[in-house]
Design a protein around this ligand. Structure first.
Ligand code: ADP
Ligand code: MG
Length: 240
């Protein structure tokens, strides 16, 4: 579904990504871990062109998407993103947050978009919050809305950038549960996370990014029980 070849991203002299190569298959859940500042966010932001890669190729469903000709709107429709800080529109109700893109970008009729939004809200356990504003919801609820909003565009792949890092501990589980259900339903997902339990339980593959490259990648059991890279060992010793 997604092939990343020799991806580099430099901010001026700062070389954040120095050649990332990875293939993501349909239905796969890939967890991305690594130290703070190692380029995890930059990596997934390059995948839907929130950042412009400096070099390398991103090929999505057979088509290179980091070219001048690429229709970025189309890419953003198919590659959904969930952010650490939810990024809901504060001046819109929950329902409006979810229907905005289907209506404005996909030109879906309003009624149909609202039906879809209510179905998605039901799926994340928040149907009764449709008419509320984001500020009235807890962080965990806001993040579940953000997931519903991403799903409303019917993306082929969902990118998550530390979706539970801004949450109070008691709310982490409700968001991870929604993500776990999505994974079980076959959604293709790339998840930057510090939740090692989630990475181990839910992902099909874990990658460790450090110093601008993928230092290690493996299926979760082997990744966590038998890490080979020295820096990964140090990292796991600190976080586990
Ligand atoms: P991570 O998500 O792994 O914590 P980031 O991808 O956010 O790491 O950042 C990697 C490095 O790139 C950091 O040194 C950060 O300061 C730098 N960086 C990120 N975004 C920008 C930007 N827009 N301009 C300049 N430097 C940036
Ligand atoms: Mg980050």
């Amino acid at each position: 579904m997604l092939q990343v070849q020799g991806l580099k991203k430099h901010f001026g002299k700062l070389e954040v990504l120095n050649g990332i190569d990875i293939d993501i298959h349909k239905g796969e859940v890939v967890a991305v871990i690594g130290p703070s500042g190692s380029g995890k966010s930059t990596f997934i932001r390059c995948l839907n062109r929130l950042e412009e890669p400096t070099d390398g190729k991103i090929i999505f469903e057979g088509q290179q998407i980091n070219t001048k000709k690429t229709n970025i709107d189309l890419i953003r429709r198919k590659i959904g993103m969930v952010f650490q800080n939810f990024n809901l529109f504060r001046n819109m109700t929950i329902l409006q947050n979810i229907t905005a893109s289907p209506i404005n970008v996909k030109h879906m009729p309003k009624e149909e978009a609202e039906e879809l939004a209510l179905r998605l809200l039901d799926r994340v356990g928040l149907k009764d919050k449709a008419q509320e504003y984001p500020v009235r919801l807890s962080g965990g609820q806001q993040q579940r809305v953000a997931i519903a909003r991403a799903l409303a565009m019917e993306p082929d792949i969902l990118l998550f950038d530390e979706p539970t890092s801004a949450l109070d501990p008691e709310m982490v589980g409700e968001v991870l549960n929604v993500m776990k259900e999505l994974a079980e339903e076959g959604m293709t997902m790339i998840v930057v996370t510090h939740e090692m339990g989630f990475a181990r339980e839910v992902s099909d593959r874990v990658i460790f990014i450090d110093k601008g490259i993928i230092q290690e990648e493996n299926e979760p059991e082997e990744f966590f029980t038998n890490p080979k890279n020295e820096r990964l060992r140090e990292f796991l010793n600190k976080v586990l």
